[in-house]
Every structure is written in C-alpha cells, then in structure tokens.
Design a protein around this ligand. Structure first.
Ligand code: ATP
Length: 237
C-alpha cells in the first residue's frame, strides 16, 4: 500500500512476476500504475507491505535488489550535458558493468537507431530519441526484473517494435518485465498476462480470455474489456 497524505494511490496490491513473463499493467489515469512501479523499484517507500526482487528485500538488501532491477521511469530525464555514450557509461559505472558496455551498448544503440548519435550531447536529441536512450540504459546491466513505465512514449513505430523485441528476448532469457501502458493493442499483443488497475486495486488479471470473462464479454479486444471494467468501477462509486 502507498498513501500520499490523504490519497491512497495503491492498496492491497500483490504482484508476482515469474521468470520469462511479460506482464502488462493497464489502468485509467491516476489508477496507481506509476506508484506501483516506483514502490517496486525502491524509488518511493510503500506505506505498508514488502517488495522482494529475486528473493532480496528492496529495503533490507537494497543493493542486491537494485542490481537485479532495471527501472525505466515515465518521462525520463537523461543528463543533457553528457553525450549519448557518456550517459551509457555513467549508467554502466553505476551498475559496475563497464566491462560489457562496449559490445552490448553499441548493439543496443544500433537496434534503437541511436548509434550514429553516440557522440552527440543528450540535449540535442529529439524527445523520442531521449526516450530511446533511457530505454537503452535499462538494458545495459542484464537485470532480471524490468519495470517499464510507459516505455513507448514518443518512440517511432520501428523503435517501438525493436524495443518490444528486446523485452521479449529478455523474457526468453529468463527475465521478467512489468510494463505499464495505455496502448492496449500493444499490451494485448506483447504481454503474457495483464493486470487491470483501477483506483489503486487490481480489478482483473490474466490472459485476454480471463479479462474478457471478468468483464462478462464473449469476445472483443482488450480495449473493450478494459472500458467495460473501468466504467463499471466508476459507476459503482
Ligand atoms: P497515469 O496513467 O496518469 O500516469 P497512474 O496510474 O500512473 O496514472 P499514479 O501516478 O500512480 O497513477 O497516481 C495514483 C494516485 O496517486 C493519483 O491520485 C495521484 O494524484 C496520486 N499521486 C501520485 N504521485 C503523488 C505524489 N507524489 N504526491 C501526491 N499524490 C500523488
């Protein structure tokens, strides 16, 4: 649970990620997605509850837990006076993985079409390029758990596809990802499981069939089930 003064942002949330799965976190504005991801990443402290990453408690064993986590924040703000490559180096040093940066970093930048900008200052990048740089940084240290908050924001379609492939490859290698998004078609296509959050609580979870079932729909897209579920929550209030 996380409370900000009088606002309870998430409540009674229990999320377990299995190795190899990509889980979508969807919900209306203010549902608590960012708060949940910030709590799991250790960026903010939950008011109540425990978070463990590959067995390590985020508070008691912060270093071990964070070493295994990659957190891509919503609206990331990379250091503008570093070059793209210096920024990658900075993150690699923070995680103690400079030795693998050269090959891995170049490959990631190449996949996200940023390699030719490696010596440019971050402040000269476009909005989508900054998002790609932040996304690239999440893949530098070979994390086990990826917390991705609206990762596709501002990315062009090719970048989105490449990024999502990188997420799926990570899952194939035994990693797990929790991805918040408003792009429901993408969540439906890419995620193994979806969590629908509303007013800080999970109101439906599972594959598309389970989410539809919860919404009492026989067919349709994730968007149809999402709108049915979240609208009925609002009218219940
Ligand atoms: P969005 O889709 O708009 O990004 P979200 O699902 O990520 O929304 P959160 O940002 O987690 O939602 O917000 C959940 C609730 O917590 C909202 O009511 C919000 O106003 C509140 N909240 C979030 N951060 C803070 C903060 N730092 N201080 C006070 N209230 C906050």
């Amino acid at each position: 649970m996380k409370r900000y003064r009088e606002t309870t942002a998430v409540d009674g949330l229990s999320i377990t990620l299995q190795p190899g799965e990509v889980v979508g976190l969807v919900g209306p504005n203010g549902a608590g997605k960012t708060t949940a991801l910030r709590c799991i990443s250790g960026v903010v402290r939950p008011t109540d509850g425990r978070i463990r990453v590959v067995g390590y408690d985020v508070r008691a064993h912060e270093r071990e837990a964070k070493q295994r986590l990659a957190f891509l924040a919503e609206l990331p703000n990379p250091y503008e006076l570093l070059t793209v490559w210096e920024h990658m180096q900075f993150v690699a040093i923070a995680y103690g993985t400079e030795d693998i940066l050269k090959d891995r970093g170049e490959e990631i930048l190449h996949r996200l079409r940023l390699l030719d900008r490696r010596n440019d200052l971050v402040l000269t990048l476009s909005k989508g390029m900054k998002q790609k740089l932040a996304a690239a940084c999440a893949f530098i240290h070979d994390a086990k758990v990826y917390l991705l908050d609206e990762p596709l924001m501002g990315m062009d379609p090719k970048g989105q596809r490449e990024f999502l492939e990188m997420v799926r490859e990570t899952a194939s290698g035994g990693g797990a990802a929790l991805v918040s998004t408003h792009i429901l078609d993408t969540a439906e296509r890419v995620c193994d499981r979806i969590l629908v959050l509303s007013r800080g609580r999970i109101i439906a979870e599972g594959g598309l069939d389970e989410i539809r079932h919860r919404a009492a729909l026989d067919g349709g897209r994730l968007e149809d089930a999402f709108l049915t579920l979240t609208e009925s929550e609002e009218t219940a209030e």
